[in-house]
Design a protein around this ligand. Structure first.
Ligand SMILES: [Zn+2]
Length: 185
C-alpha cells in the first residue's frame, strides 16, 4: 500500500484459560496478522497483495445491498468500497459475489467470525463504515437496520461503543458524499 518496502510487525494475541494466574489452555486466537508499521494496515500472513479487511468489506457491502434489493445500484456498492478503503471493487468481482450470495453459499456472520483475527481495528472500522454506508444508501435507518450493523460488529468482536464511534465518524464526514437511493420497482 505504501509503494515502497516497509517494516512490519507480526501481531498475535491468544486468550488463555487461567487458574490463579497460571495459563493452562489456549482458548482462542483473537489476533494473528502482519501489520505495516507505516500505513497500519493488517495483512493475512504471506498475503501482501491487499489488506485483510478488503475481501470482507466487499462481501459485507454486497450482502447488505442484496438484502435491501438494491442490485440495480451496483455502482453505489463499488463507490462505497472505494470511499471507505481506497480500493477498487471491480464490476466482475461484484457480479461473482452476487452469484455466490444468491446461491446461499455465503454465511456472512460466519465469515466475519472466521476472519476477525486477521483484521486489526483499523480494518474493522472500515468494515463497519462500509456496512453503515451501504445501509444508509439503501434505506432510512430503523432499529432493525441498526441491529444488523451491531451484529456485524459483534461477529468481528467489536464492542458497541466502537461501532457507535465508527458510525459517528462517517456521519461527521458527511457520509463521504454517499446519498440515499430510491428503491427500484
Ligand atoms: Zn503500508
Amino acid at each position: 500500500m505504501c509503494k515502497e518496502p516497509q517494516q512490519f510487525s507480526r501481531v498475535v494475541e491468544t486468550n488463555y484459560f487461567c487458574v490463579f494466574g497460571l495459563r493452562l489452555l489456549p482458548i482462542e486466537r483473537i489476533a494473528n496478522y502482519w501489520r505495516c508499521e507505516n500505513c497500519r494496515n493488517s495483512f493475512v500472513e504471506n498475503q501482501l497483495d491487499q489488506p485483510s479487511q478488503i475481501p470482507v468489506i466487499k462481501q459485507v457491502i454486497t450482502y447488505i445491498m442484496m438484502g435491501y434489493g438494491m442490485q440495480e445500484h451496483r455502482e453505489v456498492a463499488r463507490e462505497i468500497c472505494m470511499k471507505v478503503t481506497g480500493f477498487e471493487f471491480a464490476a466482475d468481482e461484484l457480479r461473482q459475489l452476487m452469484r455466490l450470495l444468491d446461491a446461499g453459499k455465503v454465511n456472512i456472520l460466519e465469515i466475519l467470525k472466521e476472519t476477525a483475527c486477521t483484521i486489526n481495528t483499523h480494518g474493522k472500522r472500515q468494515v463497519i463504515e462500509g456496512a453503515f454506508l451501504m445501509t444508509h444508501a439503501s434505506c432510512e435507518i430503523q432499529h432493525e437496520d441498526r441491529v444488523r450493523i451491531n451484529l456485524i460488529g459483534n461477529a468481528l468482536g467489536l464492542p458497541l461503543e466502537f461501532i457507535e464511534a465508527a458510525i459517528e465518524h462517517v456521519r461527521g464526514q458527511g457520509y463521504y458524499g454517499v446519498r440515499r437511493l430510491l428503491p427500484t420497482q
